[in-house]
Design a protein around this ligand. Sequence first.
Ligand code: NAD
Ligand code: GLY
Length: 361
Amino acid sequence: MQPLRVALDDRAYDIHIGTGLLDDVAPILPFVKKAGVAVVTNETVAPLYLSRLAAALRQAGVAVIEIVLPDGEAYKDWPTLNRIFDVLLEQHAERSTTLIALGGGVIGDMTGFAAACYQRGVPFIQIPTTLLSQVDSSVGGKTAINHPRGKNMIGAFYQPKLVLADLDTLDTLPDRELAAGLAEVIKYGLIRDPEFLVWLEANMTRLLARDKGALAYAVRRSCEHKAEVVAADEKEAGERALLNLGHTFGHAIETGLGYGEWLHGEAVAAGTMMAAELSRRLGWLGESDVQRIEALFRAAGLPVCGPDLGAERYLELMSHDKKVQDGRLRLVLLERLGRAVLSDAAPEAEIRAAIAARVAA
Ligand code: NAD
Ligand code: GLY
């Protein structure tokens, strides 16, 4: 498959999507200097894929530092980030050492942030191994760690040099994680691609069965959307915010329950149902549109209601959202299926009502 290009002038890069990519380090080598690489991964992914990647790199003459972190959203924090810096310093990693993120979105976001900070910035490469990270988090340069008061609150925009999405790694992904990734895939259909939405409705069974052809299409289509949006609005001055459909509600779920309780994609699915319900209350979506979205999330095995934290707690958590401007909450809503808008039009009472309508009884 031809690589996709994220067109960002001097920071442009390729996204390779395919199979067997972990064994072929040729695309990585142009971004590696004499100082070599530091591969950052976690305790779950390391036994599956680290030795293969490290062996292929060493065979190509590349010095490899291995950094294995604990697994989980709860570790997307300062102390764990600091462990990356500890090893980089212990091992005398240089400004020309390339960091490689091998794992899901947690590893990708943390490694990217470490790369942005270590010696004020070193090159980094994303090798995403979850569906969610292949369709979303590895592309676009958002890097971050969580704060106890808010998701992804501490971070930087810092673009990778390359993204390698090896579809074979999805073979070992637990079903729940595959479903979580589908939430972000469905998102692209909802916000900007009604035809893709129809394709997803027709092909959900193939995706859940991990049909490589269906996965390849879904990952590629998703990355095409992400690359286009990021190229147009890298720092989220406008259109990029639309990629956050369901995320303001979803981040409240993740923070409110404690990181790792719900998967990010699960929280996004329930949050998207809240956004859809709110869009219906504003007269933008019809009841049948909301039912269609719900049916698609259900088919993917995703939740369609959030936990009952209480509307007050949701609103408190949502008040920390990065899209809050001049103290006003702005939400990504749906004008119609396939068209999203960033809006502060919803009265607070309607937001409360939408939350209440979409929490588990
Ligand atoms: P994750 O990184 O926690 O990975 C999910 C689980 O799958 C983990 O237990 C991981 O160890 C395991 N895993 C990874 N690859 C595997 C494989 N091939 N086989 C078996 N197990 C594997 O979660 P995620 O869903 O990949 O990413 C979620 C994170 O991404 C959240 O922190 C979210 O905030 C972030 N995110 C960032 C962006 C962005 O633009 N930067 C976008 C969306 C989400
Ligand atoms: N996941 C949203 C973004 O990258 O902007």
